[in-house]
Design a protein around this ligand. Sequence first.
Ligand code: 13P
Length: 274
Amino acid sequence: MRQKIVAGNWKMNTTVSQGIELINSIAAKIEEVPQDVKLIVNTPFTHLFPISKIIGDIKCPFCRSKIALGAQNCADKEVGAYTGEVSAKMLSSVASAVGTVAGAPEGAIGAPVEYVILGHSERRGYYGETNAILLEKINLALAEGLKVIYCVGEALEERKAEKHFEVVGNEIKEVLYQLTPEQMKNVIVAYEPIWAIGTGETATKEQAQEIHAFIRKTLEEKFGSLAEETSILYGGSCKPSNAKELFSQKDIDGGLIGGAALKAEDFIAIAKSY
Ligand code: 13P
């Protein structure tokens, strides 16, 4: 059985206090999330530490197990003079630091930063992240024990020119095909057509299913039966009103949610769409 996932990508939204308010609202409703659905919140770097503590403090183990923390990027270098960068090791060190804060109870530990989004079209497009750079980042993230949410997707012109299979296929072959099966076990793929991100326009369930099936087949050609276990998420204007029909498709294992992840009611409603 593939893991069903509803992941929020907060992007560059919310101040730290707004982020704390948002995670508290999500935590307050987490009991409503079906048992077999995992929520992942991918927050800005500045928010990871307090949110790690808040998630770590969720008392009911059943509720705690339904939510995980992630980041939205990491550096393509391990350590050193790279001003402004945040390394995979820094991400994996967040949880254990929670217990070192003054006044923290003995043995206190936060929720680990378990996931990192890599290859988002906004990183590829605005910050020039190539497949080669992304492969470096993925290798470093996996080496630190993080799980990677690797994004692929085509632009509108590429879809119109019917090049979407080629574009997405290359994003998989140039990056994921370079991983070992052992590494690939810790990768989730997110298909996010660029024309559907933040535009209100969603891929139809047929369009989404078609390319998700293509992604799974492409993974199968390299990784065999592991492809059946790989979660493939849909992202792009996914909201409570369309989540159900998207998630009912055979090869869609959940969503990577932008705008609708910034409202606890919407995020939880999407998670309840299964
Ligand atoms: P929207 O849900 O706002 O379209 O964003 C999707 C996305 O880019 C998630 O990573």
